[in-house]
Design a protein around this ligand. Structure first.
Ligand code: BG6
Length: 482
């Protein structure tokens, strides 16, 4: 395998200091980075490598839980070059071109605003930086609609083969999200009970305590649907619903995921009011602290925006396996807890043989993606007692991933994604068709919301969203797990 050079654009940005460099540092400290991996940090500012590194180190210290070990830092810092590039100049990447080596793989990582993707690709090509083997990694969002995502993908396709394009959805890098594949496809008893004959419904909740974190300008233009549903929730839904892939090759997994997105029943003007609830937080209390409402957030530029910060959706996958099984999706900001979980609610048994007592509770599988990563399964057993001959009780089998012997911490998603991109394994990255089909479904839903005036309902920060979200599931005789 050719040695790899990693070139990070947007190296002085927030994502780089918060996620990218800490992940690389952890990999290096664990001896998982190739010894000969070189890193070029590219950003607009003119500054020396020393200034860049000092600044980076102090920012990283604020984001990392562990202390930065001096020896590890020296080795890590030794991999770096800093290159400033001003896009307004004709030969912006001239210095980068001299730094690159055609005998090595160039792994370009675009941690920049998406508006720069096309410009960077064009400039790389223009300045002769794409002559050797190369791959490109992109952060979301890939467009803001089907049309705009196609534009981005078309531009990428002019310069890179699809197999060399690594589109990040950081949820796919989370250990527990990958565990979904193991849970489903490495356990016969789970796999054989995974369809409409046994499952009543599925819930996917991605709740965050944080608000929009100073990103008003970005967030107000997109909202929770585009920011979270089109990508993260869609990926989780696909991993729950997809058929077993033929192998763990990227193509195999992507093919199965695309089939699910295509099988999603469209939510249009005739169904949107019964299937979608939108909300926006007002001031409230989380963990005993008063937190501002959406319009009081830093950087707010409006007093009447109807951008949703919460959305609940009842979706259906119209295929043989999932016919009649609703998927309830829910995601919001400023919720009482940070919780990402998937609930598989099994059907009640067809016949009750245990006397006059209540029928046993149907089994439930809870896949906790974050925090407290693990799996819980409710099971029914006999109460140990001589008084009642056969009375039942529900137990919970709990598998806590953090107690797993090999793990002293759950690695950050970016660690897995960096390793895979460096090793040329795109299976945990998102393919073009998945993204475009997902936008197609979301665009229709968003258009239906506008057409039918699906209003945003206010909810207090620190609550689980507007009461209409409870109604969405209550009226089917079901309830949210949390
Ligand atoms: C990002 C969204 O993709 O995911 C943010 O843009 C959101 O709005 C974040 O807060 C959530 O990620 P995680 O890993 O904290 O669940």
């Amino acid at each position: 395998m050719n040695p790899v050079d990693l070139i990070i654009f947007g190296a002085t940005g927030d994502l780089s200091a918060r996620k990218l460099f800490p992940a690389l540092f952890q990999l290096d400290a664990a001896d998982l980075l190739p010894l000969d991996l070189r890193i070029a940090a590219v950003a607009r500012q003119e500054q020396s490598i020393d200034t860049f590194q000092q600044d980076l180190r102090s920012k990283m210290a604020g984001y990392m839980r562990q202390e930065i070990n001096e020896m590890m830092w020296e080795r890590f810092a030794g991999r770096f070059s800093y290159l400033s590039a001003d896009f307004s100049q004709p030969q912006a990447f001239g210095a980068l071109q001299s730094w690159l080596d055609d005998a090595r793989v160039s792994l370009f990582y675009l941690a920049t605003p998406p508006s720069l993707f096309a410009k960077i690709c064009e400039q790389l090509s223009h300045d002769g930086c794409l002559t050797g083997p190369c791959r490109i990694v992109l952060e979301k969002p890939i467009g803001e609609s089907l049309d705009t995502s196609r534009d981005v993908n078309e531009t990428l396709a002019r310069f890179f083969d699809e197999r060399d394009i690594y589109r990040i959805d950081h949820y796919l890098g989370k250990e527990t999200v990958q565990n979904l594949l193991a849970l489903r496809f490495a356990n016969r008893f789970i796999n054989s009970q995974w369809d409409q004959s046994c499952i009543d419904h599925v819930q996917i909740t991605v709740a965050e305590k944080v608000g929009i974190e100073g990103r008003w300008a970005y967030y107000d233009g997109v909202g929770q649907l585009r920011d979270m549903v089109q990508n993260h929730l869609m990926q989780l839904l696909c991993l729950v619903a997809m058929e077993p892939p033929n192998s763990l090759e990227a193509e195999s997994i992507r093919d199965e995921k695309v089939k699910i997105v295509k099988a999603l029943r469209p939510i249009d003007a005739t169904s949107v009011k019964d299937h979608v609830v939108r909300g926006q937080y007002s001031q409230g209390v989380i963990d005993g602290n008063t937190v501002p409402g959406y319009f009081d957030e830093d950087g707010c530029e409006s007093t009447n925006s109807d951008t949703e910060t919460f959305v609940a959706i009842k979706a259906h996958v119209d295929n043989w396996r999932w016919s009649g099984v609703p998927f309830y999706l829910r995601t919001g900001k400023r919720m009482p807890d940070k919780v990402t979980e998937i609930i598989i609610q099994y059907k009640a048994l067809p016949h009750h043989i245990f006397g006059d007592g209540e029928a046993p509770e149907p089994n439930r599988l809870i896949i906790r993606l974050q925090p407290n990563e693990g799996i819980e399964m409710t099971m029914v057993s006999k109460r140990q007692s001589l008084k009642d001959k056969l009375s039942l009780q529900t137990h919970t089998l709990n598998f806590d991933f953090r107690e797993d012997a090999d793990i002293d911490r759950i690695p950050d998603a970016y660690e897995r994604l960096f390793l895979d991109a460096i090793n040329g394994d795109p299976s945990l990255f998102v393919g073009r068709e998945e993204i475009e089909e997902s936008w197609r479904w979301c665009d229709q839903l968003i258009a239906a919301c506008q057409q039918c005036d699906v209003t945003v309902n206010a909810y207090q920060a620190g609550s689980w969203g507007p009461s209409k979200s409870e109604l969405l599931i209550d009226r089917d005789g079901r309830g949210w797990h949390v």
